[in-house]
Write a protein that binds this ligand. Structure first.
Ligand SMILES: O=C(O)CCC(=O)C(=O)O
Ligand SMILES: [Fe+2]
Length: 309
C-alpha cells in the first residue's frame, strides 16, 4: 500500500493546545514538517467528539435524501456556496455553505431546506461541527506561521480576512459498470482544508514523488490538507497535496471546512521567507484572480502558471 504509514497522525489535545507551552512549539514543528513533506497529515482532536461526528453523518444522510428541487434551492452568486452535482462525476453531490460556523447562517440554511420551521438538530450539529473545524484550521495555520518564526502574525487569521466554507459531500454507489471516479485529482485552492469522513475509505493522496497513496483514515481522525494559497504564501516551502477519490462499493459521506482567504486578499510571500537559498517563487496575487484563472483553465499547474515567477 506504499507509504501510507508515513503520513503522520498528530495529537491536538492536552498541553500542546496551550500556546505558551513547549508542547505547542514541538507540535508546531511537526505540523510544519508534515506540511513540507506530505502537504497533509492526520489529526486526533478530542474537542470534536465521536458523538458529534456520528450525529453529523446521520444528519447529512437526511439532507441528501431531500427532494432534488429542495436541494437546488441552496444556490447563490457566492463562489462555492451552493448545491452542486459534479459535471465530472455522476456519483458526487455536495453542498457548500459559507459561514456555517455563524449560527444565523447555519439557521438560514436549515430554514431553506426544511421550511418553514427549519431543523434545530441539524442546525446545531452543522454549526457546532463547522465552528470546531474552523477553530482547528486556525490553530494549524497559526502553528505554521510560528514554525516559520512569524509569531504574532495574523495574516488570514482574522475573521474579516477569511471565509470558512463548510462542505458536505455524498458519494453514491456507482451503478454497475459506471466508469466514473468520485472526485477528480486536484489540489485545493484555499489555505487549509480539514476533512472528516464516515467509515468508508477511498481517498488517495499523491506523494511528493508522484505516487498515489491509498489512505486509511482511522475512525475519529481528521485529515488536514494544505492548499495552493498556503503553498504560495510560504514561497513553496509547504507542499499542496493532490487528492483523488475513487468510486467505492459503499455510500461515502464526508464533510470539511475549507479555510479560504477573503477573495480580495493579496497572497504575498513574507520577506522573511525569501533569501538567497529560497528565491521568490510567486508574484503577489488576489485569491479571486487566482480562482478566476483556475476556473477558466482547470489546469493542475494553475498556481505555477498564474503566479510563478
Ligand atoms: O471527499 C473527500 O474526503 C475529499 C473532498 C475534497 O477533496 C474536496 O471537496 O475538495
Ligand atoms: Fe479537495
Amino acid at each position: 500500500m506504499g507509504g501510507e504509514g508515513k503520513i503522520p497522525c498528530l495529537d491536538f489535545s492536552g498541553e500542546a493546545m496551550d500556546e505558551e507551552s513547549e508542547a505547542w512549539k514541538a507540535l508546531s514543528s511537526k505540523v510544519r514538517e508534515s506540511c513540507e513533506t506530505h502537504g497533509c497529515f492526520l489529526v486526533e482532536y478530542s474537542k470534536i467528539s465521536v458523538q458529534l461526528s456520528e450525529a453529523m453523518f446521520m444528519e447529512m444522510k437526511r439532507l441528501f435524501d431531500l427532494p432534488e428541487d429542495t436541494k437546488k434551492k441552496h444556490n447563490s452568486t457566492l463562489r462555492f456556496n451552493g448545491y452542486f452535482c459534479s459535471p465530472f462525476s455522476s456519483i458526487h453531490e455536495s453542498f457548500g455553505i459559507n459561514g456555517a460556523h455563524h449560527i444565523q447562517l447555519a439557521r438560514a440554511f436549515t430554514n431553506l431546506m426544511w421550511p418553514p420551521h427549519g431543523n434545530p438538530s441539524f442546525c446545531e450539529v452543522l454549526n457546532s461541527m463547522s465552528s470546531k473545524m474552523m477553530e482547528l484550521n486556525l490553530i494549524v495555520l497559526k502553528m505554521v506561521y510560528e514554525s516559520f518564526g512569524l509569531e504574532n502574525y495574523s495574516y488570514g487569521l482574522q475573521e474579516e480576512n477569511n471565509t470558512g466554507n463548510f462542505r458536505l459531500i455524498k458519494y453514491k454507489v456507482p451503478i454497475s459498470n459506471d466508469p466514473t471516479i468520485g472526485l477528480i485529482p486536484h489540489t485545493d485552492k484555499n489555505f487549509l482544508t480539514i476533512l472528516s469522513q464516515n467509515e468508508v475509505q477511498g481517498l488517495e493522496v499523491m506523494s511528493k514523488e508522484g505516487n498515489w497513496i491509498q489512505l486509511s483514515i482511522p475512525d475519529g481522525c481528521f485529515m488536514v490538507i494544505v492548499g495552493d494559497s498556503l503553498k504560495a504564501w510560504s514561497n513553496g516551502r509547504v507542499h499542496a497535496a493532490a487528492v483523488v477519490m475513487m468510486k467505492g462499493q459503499k455510500e461515502r459521506y464526508s464533510c470539511g471546512l475549507f479555510l479560504s482567504p477573503r477573495e480580495d486578499l493579496t497572497i504575498e510571500v513574507p520577506e522573511k521567507l525569501v533569501d538567497q537559498h529560497h528565491p521568490l517563487l510567486y508574484h503577489p496575487f488576489t485569491y479571486s484572480d487566482f480562482l478566476n484563472f483556475y476556473t477558466s483553465n482547470l489546469s493542475e499547474q494553475a498556481l505555477e502558471l498564474f503566479a510563478g515567477v
